[in-house]
Design a protein around this ligand. Structure first.
Ligand code: 8YV
Length: 308
């Protein structure tokens, strides 16, 4: 008998084909699972942002493994998983470059006004109207909040743009040539661009509050490629509206897929639909790691990238 799996978030067709071959796959649509189905589910595959809702986790009484197709674990109750002996895996390492690449793309788009420029051309304004000058990227002071793999990959890219980089993190990582700033507010105040690459969860909720964004200031750009929960989104909207924060370039939001209506009409904002790891190459690698972790689990061999 094939083990039964619950696919909470769709994956690439190639990956779903692998899963369909090895397992009986149930596709979760958000509705309550019949108890006889729920009790047969031994594995879950889900996204980092989606995780496993508490009610669903409770219903899956014989769950053995949660394979996250992502690196964030904030949407899975790890304590409860540990208590119930449920293994959790992520796709560690394989999406770092993509997330750092998107952070750079957002910095460039934000500072160089790529979206207004694109709209200017599309709206036949070129030769008619005047587009305000944008701002330079090379040499701008970059502050990185959260200096894990993604933060360090961003720092590496920023060096190519001659950007002086400093960072705030839970502890000083003594990184050569990259100063640690122990006060987040001080980092925001000294930075032209503040990029968030800290992990989500209760410990980082609203770490970027009104005070921090005010310190970044009217000419500052806030970039977020981590989790929407790290930023106080209401304060962000207010400060952008009042011109107390210059710009924002965001891939993640507090209540995805809902985005505050006010952001949709702002010219000083770049928006992406949580797409930092969404490239064909990386999603294939991530999916393969999900497949391999599940395979290892059901074969009784060591997991490749376990969380606990
Ligand atoms: C993905 C993510 O978009 O890695 C994460 O934690 O949130 C993203 O890489 C997601 O996992 C796919 O749903």
């Amino acid at each position: 008998m094939k083990p039964e799996l619950l696919l909470v978030e769709p994956m690439m067709p190639e990956i779903e084909n692998f899963l369909d071959t090895a397992y009986i796959v149930h596709r979760y649509d958000g509705s309550v699972l019949p108890a006889n189905v729920a009790s047969r589910i031994r594995g879950v595959a889900t996204g980092g942002g989606t995780g496993v809702p508490a009610t669903l986790m409770k219903a899956l009484t014989n769950l053995e493994i949660i394979a996250i197709n992502g690196v964030g674990t904030d949407a899975v109750d790890l304590k409860e998983a540990a208590r119930r002996g449920i293994s959790v895996t992520t796709t560690l390492n394989v999406l770092t470059d993509d997330v750092a690449d998107l952070a750079m793309a957002l910095m460039l788009a934000g500072m160089r006004d790529l979206v207004p420029g694109d709209q200017f051309v599309r709206n036949h304004q070129w030769g008619v109207g005047q587009l305000p000058l944008a701002h330079k990227v090379t040499g701008q002071k970059l502050g990185i909040v959260g200096m894990g793999q993604v933060g360090q990959a961003i720092a590496k890219r920023a060096r190519g743009f001659d950007m002086p980089v400093s960072y705030y993190s839970r502890r000083d990582l003594t990184l050569p040539g990259i100063p640690f700033v122990p006060e987040l507010r001080a980092l925001a105040a000294q930075s032209d661009i503040l990029v968030i690459s800290a992990s989500g969860g209760a410990q980082s909720r609203h770490l970027i509050n009104r005070d921090i964004m005010e310190a970044l200031g009217p000419s500052g750009l806030l970039v977020n490629v981590s989790r929407g929960s790290v930023v106080d989104e209401q304060a962000l909207v207010e400060l952008l509206t009042q011109g107390k924060l210059g710009k924002a370039a965001l891939d993640v939001f507090e209540s995805e897929p809902a985005v505050p209506e006010a952001l949709l009409t702002m010219k000083n904002v770049v928006l992406q639909p949580h797409r930092a790891s969404a490239t064909v190459e990386t999603r294939l690698q991530m999916g393969q790691l999900v497949v391999d972790n599940l395979k290892a689990h059901f074969a009784g061999t060591p997991l490749l990238t376990p969380v606990q």
